[in-house]
Design a protein around this ligand. Structure first.
Ligand SMILES: C[S@@+](CC[C@H](N)C(=O)[O-])C[C@H]1O[C@@H](n2cnc3c(N)ncnc32)[C@H](O)[C@@H]1O
Length: 443
């Protein structure tokens, strides 16, 4: 890659960081606005994700290196400085090249007069790095590279396990796949991966899950286009077993897009009477249809609001309901580090209110004797056990059955947070953070 191309990518990474920091857009949207493709896109993605992943640390270092607070710097220059600091603190580009390419990027950003500042800041960081990082780390925000409110919430909810969660959030996530049990079993698929030169390891409590030693493009996965395999974290693969499915059942997936769990349910229980997959977002509902088609599965897909069943429900009760609620995504920060910048403390009670409303609306659609599984990819009690506790207090006919349901999992889970429900901490068994509660309706 020429120096000009490399500088162009640093400038693009600064624009993507600015899309998140200044415009409140997510990393994917920021990346999609850039024309980079192939290897260039991979480099850009690694620069932009790394800069956002370490933002709270890098910005604290930047504050020690400039005579005004970073938020008062020209936004493109601040973001380019963060990209430069990321490369020096965590990247793999040799330091001299990283500095030269980042300094050159000021021109691409139309800020040629900032080249002296960028050069001076990055060179000083290069010289005094250990001392500066040590000073910045006195602030827990910088040390954990998380916003203060989230550090406090995770500490409050997880006590001594909080440090491990915060650390896992900043690691590169592994790639987990789910083998389609209708077409091939996991050990046979693992052998096919090995033939293709891909190492993978199994997960005892999620039998269809394989963890790849190295993330790869899905197109390299044997049989991907034919539906032999899907990408899905192992923690997200517990839903069908907790639902305790049987042939002949009618199942509702009330927040179904893009269809990962709905497809897993269908892969494991071919004899269902019907699976109704609902999502409020028409674009995302199309992704359910695409996944069903690739995996050669059938479901009744509906675009609708789960809190307004009158718009799409035929009135026939369901034997099982999966409610995989919209949430803060604090269990998947390692995959989406922009969550640390985009979420605000006030979002958490707002999510909890929405989750409560979804649970209240889904419950009447469950047959007496049936089971609802509440799931989220949040690690915060307010969106998980607290929602379930409030629901149980108001609904005497609801019985929390998660402890006995987990006995039917093929192997014990890593240690979970306090109940009710299963709260899987991020990074335990190298999975995402996840929450499940099984709620049975008395017959
Ligand atoms: C966590 S995602 C579901 C992931 C999905 N279960 C899977 O495994 O692929 C939550 C989904 O809920 C949908 N959603 C949010 N509010 C909704 C509502 N009121 N009714 C139906 N779907 C809703 C969102 O569009 C989003 O696709």
């Amino acid at each position: 890659m020429s120096r000009t191309d490399a500088a162009g990518l640093r400038a693009a990474a600064a624009r993507v960081a600015m899309a998140v920091l200044r415009d409140g857009r997510n990393l994917e949207e920021g990346l999609d606005a850039e024309p980079a493709a192939g290897r260039e896109r991979a480099t850009l993605q690694s620069l932009a994700y790394g800069t956002i992943r370490w933002f709270f640390e890098l910005d604290a270092c930047l504050a020690l290196l400039t005579d005004r607070p970073p938020e008062r710097l020209d936004p493109p220059v601040r973001c380019l400085l963060l990209v430069g600091l990321y490369q020096l603190a965590h990247g793999r580009t040799p330091a001299h090249a990283a500095v030269a390419e980042t300094v050159e990027a000021v021109r691409v950003l139309g800020r040629p007069r900032a080249s002296g500042l960028v050069n001076a800041v990055l060179r000083r960081f290069q010289r005094e790095r250990d001392l500066l990082v040590q000073r910045a780390h006195r602030d827990p925000q910088a040390r954990h590279a998380h916003p203060w409110w989230l550090i406090e919430a995770i500490r409050r909810d997880w006590n001594e396990r909080a440090e491990a969660i915060l650390e896992s959030d900043n690691l590169h996530p592994p790639m987990w796949v789910r083998v389609n049990a209708r077409r091939v079993d996991a050990s046979a698929y693992r052998a096919r991966l090995a033939e293709a030169g891909l190492d993978a390891s199994p997960c005892a409590f999620a039998p269809e899950a394989l963890r790849l030693a190295q993330p790869v493009d899905v197109r390299i996965l044997p049989g991907f286009a034919e539906g032999d395999v899907s990408v899905q974290d192992a923690a997200a693969q517990l839903a069908p077993r907790l639902l305790a499915l049987d042939a002949g059942m009618r199942v509702l997936d009330a927040c179904a897009a893009p269809g990962g769990k709905a497809c897993h349910v269908l892969e494991l229980q071919p004899g269902l009477a019907e699976l109704v997959a609902v999502d409020i977002d028409p674009g995302r509902a199309t992704r359910i249809r695409d996944n069903l088609a690739r995996l050669r599965l059938a479901a009744s897909v509906k675009v609708g609001d789960a809190t307004e069943p009158a718009g799409w429900w035929d009135g026939k009760p369901f034997d099982r309901i999966l409610l995989d609620v919209p949430c803060s995504g604090t269990g998947v920060i390692r995959r989406h580090p922009d969550i640390k910048l985009l979420r605000r403390p006030a979002d958490i009670p707002a999510f909890a209110a929405r989750q409560q409303a979804l649970l209240e609306a889904a419950w009447p659609m469950l047959v007496p004797g049936g089971r609802l599984v509440y799931a989220s990819c949040s690690v915060l009690r307010a969106e998980n056990a607290a929602v379930v506790e409030a629901f149980l207090a108001a609904r005497p006919e609801a019985v929390e059955m998660t402890e006995s349901a987990r006995l039917f999992l093929p192997a014990p889970l890593p240690e979970c947070g306090r109940g009710p429900g299963l709260a899987l901490p991020t990074g335990a068994a190298d999975t995402d953070g996840f929450y499940y509660a099984c709620l049975d309706k008395r017959a």
